[in-house]
Ligand binder design. Structure first.
Ligand code: COA
Length: 333
């Protein structure tokens, strides 16, 4: 049986760091509150004067992943990007990346699945490989959430950050690579997290944020209800994935969860009986980067040498839609 094998990872985040202390000057909040309730200490914010738009970050992350994979852009036949913040309504961020890379043989499109975008994209690319419709696929998660943050809403703007991560997939021999992907959605709960029209028109930014380029809509969230739903969905879909592949929690080498809130990650790990030493977190540095969070974390863990050949990696996510998903990867890089 064919399955996708990850042969390269890459990521990038904007240069500009916005700390919790910086946020104290923007909204009525404290470093202590943000750290205690979320685990976030700082986040990266893209600049309109640097090449840090969603497609530009996606391109930079992709170049690193392709370099590690040793795959030329012309050899790609599929580019799928999970994003809710493409540069434009259309064309897709994936088509912009195709152009930037010179990947002229690829089919390119975006997937909108909130913070689950990367795992949805991974599932599509893996299915294309499994059905022999694709040889080399580029799967990306890229977001510029700073442009859709409501910088007057302390309950949401403190959570968000920008960045991109990418992986290159190629067919594996059957025993290694992406063992399975499991996705779920519940549109009846869309109002817990959505993009709303900005009341009062374009964003008015304090001086400290003058490099942020705002959009005509902004993120609205019912954090408390979402929190409880997230923990249940993450744990349930992770269990479904492990059961499907005949694995127990003890078999997992590393869990790489979506980086929304450290308390959500801890509660999920506890439900799964996976010790925090086996859970990768970096949200203290980047906050919640939506679709980008898993591939950024995966790339960091990979480059730190934390992923050993033959070990099982559990990817698990939850986001707007509502959407959720999990995947088990038998690491082979
Ligand atoms: N600084 C200081 N106080 C803040 C604050 C901030 N940045 N944001 C909210 N508060 C206040 C609230 O106004 C509220 O005050 P009140 O009790 O006087 O009304 C109090 O803190 C508690 O708010 P609450 O929303 O109950 O806090 P919480 O413990 O649920 O934490 C979140 C809020 C958003 C951090 C948390 O709910 C969360 O992470 N939810 C899930 C988010 C998520 O996963 N989103 C994306 C899915 S991919």
């Amino acid at each position: 049986m064919l399955r996708g094998r990850i042969i390269g990872t890459g990521s990038t985040t904007p240069k500009r760091i916005l700390t919790n202390k910086d946020l104290e000057a923007i909204v009525d909040t404290t470093d202590e509150w943000i750290t205690r309730r979320t685990g976030i200490k700082e986040r990266r914010i893209s600049s309109k004067t640097r090449a840090e738009d969603t497609s530009e970050m996606a391109t930079a992350a992709s170049k690193r992943a392709l370099e590690m994979a040793g795959v030329a852009p012309e050899a790609l036949d599929l580019i799928v990007i999970g994003t809710v913040t493409p540069d434009r309504q259309f064309p897709s961020a994936a088509c912009m990346v195709q152009k930037n890379l010179g990947a002229r043989c690829a089919v390119a499109f975006d997937v909108s699945a909130g913070c689950s975008g990367f795992l949805y994209a991974l599932s599509i690319a893996n299915n294309a490989i499994a059905t022999n419709n694709c040889r080399n696929a580029l799967v990306v998660g890229a977001e510029r959430l700073s442009g859709i943050a409501d910088w007057q809403d302390r309950s949401t703007c403190v959570l968000l950050g920008d960045g991109a991560g990418a992986v290159v997939l190629t067919p594996g021999d059957g025993n290694e690579g992406i063992l399975s992907t499991h996705l779920g959605s519940d549109g009846s709960l869309w109002e817990l997290l959505y993009a709303s029209d900005r009341i009062g028109g374009p964003i008015e930014l304090p001086e400290i944020l003058d490099t942020v380029e705002g959009r005509p809509f902004c993120l609205k969230m019912e954090g408390n209800k979402l929190f409880k739903k997230a923990v249940c969905c993450l744990a349930d879909v992770a269990v479904a994935a492990m059961e499907h592949d005949g694995l127990s929690c003890d078999d997992i080498m590393l869990m790489v969860p979506h980086q929304a809130n450290l308390r959500i990650i801890r509660a999920t790990a506890e439900r799964l009986s996976i010790p925090m030493e086996k859970v990768y977190t970096n949200l203290d540095k980047y906050g919640n980067t939506s679709s980008a969070s898993i591939p950024i974390a995966l790339d960091e863990a990979n480059r730190k040498g934390m992923l050993k050949e033959g070990g099982y990696v559990l990817l698990v996510t939850f986001g707007a839609g509502l959407t959720w998903g999990a995947s088990i990867v038998k690491w082979s890089l």
